[in-house]
Write a protein that binds this ligand. Sequence first.
Ligand SMILES: [Zn+2]
Ligand SMILES: [Zn+2]
Length: 315
Amino acid sequence: MGSVVLSLDAELGWGFHDLEDPPENRVESGRRGWSVMVDLLDEFDVPATWAVVGHLMLTDCDGRHADHPAPPGWFRRERGSWADREELRFGPDLVTDVLEADTDHEFASHSFSHVLFGDERTDRELASAELRRATEIADDWGQTVDSFIYPRNDVAHREVLAEYGVSAYRGKSPTRDGVRGVFDSTVRDQSMLVQPELDEYGLVNVPASQFLFGFEGPARTVAESIWTDPMLEVARRGIDEAARSDGVFHMWLHPNNLTSERDDRRMRAILAHLERRRSAGDLTVETMGEVAERVHRSRGIGAGGTDERAAAGTN
Ligand SMILES: [Zn+2]
Ligand SMILES: [Zn+2]
């Protein structure tokens, strides 16, 4: 029996603040999508890993962050065109909704200000500062950061995650995004399951299986008119595969991907299918943190990544 993991990159404006021309419908859908997801996950009692941009948990800031070693201009939009758009830069109300939801979600980190870790301008100092601020703010909220999701899945500076006590991160998907991934799964019958792996820093990589909104625009509309929602079809296949065999089906999205009711319907259908499979006793739902704990346990490694074999002198 396998398991299903659902992770969310919760970021509001921070997912786009560095872009020349942020996609308006996504930017403006961040709050709506967030609330829809909290409600849907409660309705189907599906615990998810919510990776939150740390800045959202502040109630105000000076818009400069002079003590943060980000490249010049990194916080420019905050002081510029979004100066009076607090609802894109702060979201303690929404984070509270996640923490107080009936469902027992995992609180996780999506960095402090959505810095791209693999960017050449992101040195070790900046990576550390992003982790330090994110974990400090989490601590102010009485939370720990056990799982980390890299902004734009740009995996780098893993040793810094380990330093800050992180146990798990979401690695790259072996499946191609978008229409090619749909083809791989449905036509080529390629597996959608992933295997979590312990890396050389003691971190557990919980790779993504499928981005749930990788097939949008006119192609999606055409596909839906002649067939069913292709992403729903792929998600069903992944969930069914997890029910048949060992391994993890790890789907992910941004709350801001839910730009319309059509997107809400996709998520509802996926969660309803997942709930049916789980009720039948075919699979479990895990958070990324729970996957990491399971992997650590199976390797004889205690919580927080301490290696009990090393402590016992057998390693
Ligand atoms: Zn700020
Ligand atoms: Zn992001």
